[in-house]
Design a protein around this ligand. Structure first.
Ligand SMILES: NC(=O)c1ccc[n+]([C@@H]2O[C@H](COP(=O)([O-])OP(=O)(O)OC[C@H]3O[C@@H](n4cnc5c(N)ncnc54)[C@H](O)[C@@H]3O)[C@@H](O)[C@H]2O)c1
Length: 253
């Protein structure tokens, strides 16, 4: 049985994780942190920040907001608790603070916890290594109308992973509205759509002369992210300090 501290327990993902944990008998949520509070009943202690948490915590699972990160890392380092960070929209400085903290505690950081997205990432890298530069590469992501960051962390992850197999680092061209000039070969276009309750769609388009290859993933519910986040929690709970990702969990190179 592992004891989880859930950061962002009042959010859409937080509520799905509470439900997923309730259906399992190998883990339990002992505390939740959220900047907001609620009149609803939760079967664990609730806090508005990381100060004064009294419960014994084995792992922190964070689906919250980038503003949480500093206090969360400080708490994890002081108490030597592993963290799963699923929150997206982090600044470069925040990513650096995760890298630094991972020298002291195990940190699992992934912009997308679903099995499927991590598989299409590998397929897209393979396709890019063969098709570039004859095919132009564009990424389109679609999410619900409550998402605050754009482009999605997953779209950026896909772009970064594709870039890693190209001979030179491409420019990222976001939404293509601020320029009136032709597309260059050395760029990846990234486009964001926000509408309704869509949990998440990502499509990578490889368009060449007279043929188009599309690799896509559709999340049909948020449960896939909750399952991935909990799998990540079990994966790092007894690991040595270090920075871990879905590549480690899925044994991808
Ligand atoms: N890695 C993944 O697979 C994955 C999947 C889904 C969502 N996410 C990310 O998880 C995060 C949460 O997603 P969501 O859909 O639940 O969002 P949400 O807006 O519904 O929930 C965020 C929660 O964090 C709380 N919060 C905001 N600022 C805070 C602060 N400073 N301290 C403590 N709590 C704070 C909010 O009150 C809210 O309850 C987002 O960054 C989202 O992109 C990641």
């Amino acid at each position: 049985m592992i004891n989880i501290l859930l950061s962002g327990y009042l959010g859409q993902m937080g509520r799905v994780i509470i439900k997923s944990v309730a259906e399992r008998n190998d883990c339990t949520i002992v505390a939740g942190v959220d900047i907001n509070s609620s009149a609803d009943f939760f079967p664990f202690s609730t806090y508005t920040n990381f100060e004064n948490i009294k419960e014994k915590v084995d792992v922190i699972v964070d689906f919250s907001n980038p503003a949480t990160l500093f206090g969360e890392l400080k708490f994890a380092i002081e108490k030597k608790i592993p963290i799963v960070i699923a929150t997206t929209g982090l600044s470069n400085e925040q990513v650096k603070s995760i890298q630094d903290a991972s020298k002291l505690v195990p940190i699992f950081y992934a912009a997308n916890m679903s099995l499927g997205v991590n598989i299409i990432c590998e397929l897209a890298k393979k396709a890019a290594s063969i098709l570039y530069p004859d095919f132009n590469i564009e990424i389109v992501e679609t999410h619900h109308n409550k998402k605050v960051d754009a482009p999605s962390g997953t779209a950026l992850m896909l772009a970064n992973e594709i870039s890693s197999v190209l001979p030179q680092k491409p420019e990222y061209e976001y939404n293509r509205h601020s320029k009136r000039e032709k597309r260059t070969e050395n760029e990846i276009g990234i486009h964001s759509i926000r509408a309704g309750t869509i949990p998440g769609e990502h499509e990578i388009i490889f368009a060449g002369k007279d043929e188009v290859v599309k690799i896509s993933h559709t999340a049909l519910s948020r449960e896939i992210f909750a399952t991935g986040g909990l799998n990540a929690a079990f994966f790092i709970v007894n690991k040595a300090p270090g920075l871990y990702s879905m590549k480690n969990l899925l044994n991808l190179s």
